[in-house]
Design a protein around this ligand. Structure first.
Ligand code: 2P0
Length: 331
């Protein structure tokens, strides 16, 4: 097969990944756990070509520079695995609204890992796909997996991958506070954290503890405990990031206002817990039966979108790829 299309969704971590022990292999300093979403998909087609170089289109526009280099380095890795040398045309679309801060490298590299591995003739099982996606972007390891995914930190390439974890059903409300591009990328901010934060060793050891507690809470179907760990771990990550030199602060005043509002809602019987990634937008977990009330309660802070647990990375038929608007859908 010389062409393949795949779709994957972003994920939001409840126990965060922040820091690498190996930059080349993208091995994290600690494990993490996330919810793969059912919205904001990335759809990607990979077609092998006789051209002398790879090319990468996003939303129909040719991409150059560092983003294109990252795709080429990733394809080099797939070619190594497959023992192949042909270049590829990569055509990708995001369902996340442009500039909404929701288009994610996790969905992008998860979809690319599946489409590229198939186009180059590899049939990888889920752990192997997760390992491959991790080489593009750490959090992509988790977007291979549906629903709740635990990424095992591991100690080498073989042992660092994500797998599914049983957990109670939940929903998430995502409140968009700002659509501006972040000033410091996650990758760069992780480097700065490792190099300069006095709290980094405590972060590493406490994240493994939080993860163990979170896995227990998921097994016990204890939503309250899952929520408590989610919110405190998010605030710890932001405290860590703020402790860099020079400091980095991703949360905006409006983000803090939402953390406060969520706490107040809990006092009124609407049980929800907030988290935030490397940006000002806030994701709030809630039980399914209170999800719409939560969305309505948070709408005053910005566009509030209700999402649920989504599928793992999946291959698409030709017709599905064409519907996603890919200009190079397989014929
Ligand atoms: C996470 N984030 O667990 C954390 C929380 C952002 C904040 O994973 O360098 O884009 O490509 O491995 O995966 C963002 O980091 O970083 C991230 P790389 P990635 O979701």
């Amino acid at each position: 097969m010389t062409t393949a299309a795949a779709r994957a969704f972003p994920n939001i971590a409840l126990v965060k990944y922040w820091g690498k022990r190996d930059e080349d292999l993208i091995l994290p300093v600690a494990g993490s756990l996330s919810l793969t979403l059912d919205a904001f998909a990335t759809t990607t087609t990979v077609t092998l070509t006789d051209e002398g170089q790879d090319s990468f289109r996003l939303g129909g526009d040719e991409v150059a520079g560092e983003a294109a280099h990252r795709v080429t380095r990733f394809l080099d890795h797939v070619r190594d695995l497959a023992g192949a040398s042909a270049h590829a045309v990569v055509d990708s679309t995001n369902e996340a609204p442009t500039g909404a801060g929701l288009a994610s490298s996790a969905a992008g590299f998860a979809a690319l890992a599946l489409a590229a591995s198939r186009a180059y003739g590899l049939k990888l099982d889920a752990p192997s796909l997760s390992r491959l996606a991790r080489r593009g972007s750490g959090s992509a390891a988790r977007s291979i997996i549906p629903g709740i995914a635990q990424w095992h930190a591991g100690h080498d390439d073989a042992s660092s991958f994500a797998e599914a974890v049983d957990a109670p059903d939940m929903r998430m409300v995502i409140v968009t506070v700002s659509t501006a591009q972040k000033a410091v990328s996650s990758r760069e901010a992780m480097r700065r954290t490792a190099a300069t934060s006095p709290y980094y060793p405590a972060w590493i050891s406490s994240t493994e503890e939080s993860l163990a507690q979170m896995v227990d809470a998921c097994a016990a179907s204890d939503f309250t405990r899952i929520g408590e760990i989610t919110e405190s771990h998010a605030l710890r990550m932001h405290a860590l990031i703020q402790s860099c030199e020079p400091p980095i602060r991703y949360l905006a005043p409006q983000s803090i206002a939402i953390f406060d509002a969520v706490q107040a809602l809990r006092g009124e019987g609407l049980e929800a817990y907030a988290t935030a990634d490397a940006g000002p937008n806030i994701a709030v977990i809630v039980r399914p039966e209170q999800a719409e009330d939560l969305r309505d309660a948070l709408a005053e802070f910005g566009p509030a979108r209700l999402v649920g647990p989504g599928a793992g990375a999946a291959l698409l038929t030709d017709a599905e790829a064409a519907r996603a608007g890919l200009s190079e859908a397989p014929a």
